[in-house]
Design a protein. Structure first.
Length: 119
DNA sequence: CCATTGACGAAGA
DNA sequence: TTCTTCGCCAATG
């Protein structure tokens, strides 16, 4: 059964790459939520699992463009992570935050496949 | 293998 | 509307 285990690992790896591929497609100045990515993957990964995959994100991946469903920066919850980094990166892309520290998902949420950001 | 911990999210109080 | 509970899946001890 160890071979099965290997196949499972391969599947996880594939799911991981799929997450990365989606994140790479997010245009500058736009965002997707963890749950959105989960949904696009046909829920093969839960939103939590998506977050975990991003924990292992390769260098150069625009990870800052993934926020929680409320439009908040979940990275600020991590103990060993620079506070406010995600927000500054997004602000550098032209995104404006509200007083409560969240961004407007109605405005900035991006869906792949449409080729346009219309919104 | 079981318990605990997360870059989550929807539902209930 | 804010806070808590619970389900979710992967990783770690």
């Amino acid at each position: 059964m160890k071979r099965v285990h290997g196949e499972i690992q391969g599947e996880r790896l594939r799911a991981q790459e799929e997450v990365f591929a989606l994140v790479r497609r997010i245009p500058s100045g736009r965002v997707m939520s963890y749950g959105q990515i989960s949904e696009l993957m046909d829920a093969r990964l839960s939103p939590r699992a998506v977050g975990w995959m991003l924990h292992r994100c390769p260098e150069g991946l625009p990870w800052q463009r993934v926020v929680n469903a409320s439009g908040g920066c979940s990275t600020d919850r991590l103990p060993d992570f620079p506070k406010g980094l995600q927000r500054s990166l997004l602000e550098g892309e032209g995104i404006e935050f509200r007083a409560d520290g969240t961004l407007d998902m109605e405005t900035y949420r991006w869906w792949p496949g449409r080729g346009r950001d219309g919104g």
